[in-house]
Ligand binder design. Structure first.
Ligand code: NDP
Length: 240
């Protein structure tokens, strides 16, 4: 029977590529989103992926959301914690709301989304948890103290959870993308983009599909010996 994969923030950007790749590989896929109904419905119509709307920062909504996904698609075997936001600003000007919003969506979500699926994975003796962190959680980024802290937290969470669940057939890994050619990055003026690309040894931006391919590998049976790792996919921009 096909395994079920849940991708948070799976309707747009990198998450969209991940959802499509998992679907093409034969998984039952649930893609979640926060509020962009138009995009989510278009995505559902184009790719036949089931979409679900809830806020990953809200623990009760996550528990109810996972129950709904499992009732419709079956137990979640693969969880891709991908949803994330930025609220940039220099720390000396940062508000607590900017800090808290980023912590809530990017780090609290590790708890709120993983907690409802972990018992089932442990009972079934199989699970794949793949957390999308960032190059900026590895190296720190000026103007992103909140985001860098949350994404570094994701890596610590990944390592601890990997140790706790290794004997239960569950692997837990992180992927740390560098600059990926998503809508957000492509909206940056060309000159600025060129200056970013100049700092990337491979000489180009990454593609969402390159992150999706890594998710496919980590989700599969052949990656059963890979756990607690952070896979850096950044064109050599930062070698951790
Ligand atoms: P996008 O902004 O393109 O998409 C974000 C997705 O997450 C959307 O589906 C959005 O839903 C959803 N989302 C946002 N907030 C919430 C929430 N509170 N609850 C549920 N869903 C939510 O993101 P990217 O594709 O750029 O980034 C994906 C991940 O990759 C993030 O974790 C990001 O930090 C990380 N990353 C991205 C890089 C890049 O270059 N783009 C580089 C390194 C890391 P909706 O459509 O409804 O808003």
């Amino acid at each position: 029977m096909a395994r079920t994969a849940l991708v948070t923030g799976g309707t747009r950007g990198i998450g969209e590529a991940i959802s499509i790749a998992l679907k093409k590989a034969g998984y039952n896929v649930a893609a979640t989103y926060a509020g962009n109904d138009e995009k989510a419905q278009a995505f559902k119509a184009d790719h036949g992926v089931a979409v679900f709307k809830w806020d990953v920062g809200d623990p009760e909504a996550c528990t109810a959301g996972v129950a709904k996904v499992e009732a419709e698609l079956g137990p979640v075997d693969i969880l891709v914690n991908n949803a994330g936001i930025t609220r940039d600003g220099m720390f000396h000007k940062m508000t607590f709301d900017q800090w808290r919003d980023v912590m809530r969506t990017n780090l609290d979500s590790m708890f709120t989304m993983t907690r409802p699926v972990i018992d089932g994975m442990r009972e079934r003796g199989f699970g794949r948890i793949i957390n999308i962190t960032s190059i900026n959680g590895q190296k720190g980024q000026m103007g992103q103290a909140n985001y860098s802290a949350a994404k570094a937290g994701v890596i610590g969470f990944t390592k601890a959870l990997a140790q706790e669940n290794a004997k239960k057939g569950i692997t837990v890994n992180a992927i740390a993308p560098g600059y990926i050619a998503t809508e957000m990055v492509m909206a940056v003026p060309e000159k600025v983009r060129e200056s970013i690309v100049a700092t990337i040894p491979v000489g180009r931006l990454g593609e969402s599909d390159e992150i999706a391919d890594a998710v496919l590998y980590l989700a599969g049976d052949k990656a059963g010996f890979v756990t607690g790792s952070t896979l850096t996919i950044n064109g050599g921009q930062y070698i951790a």
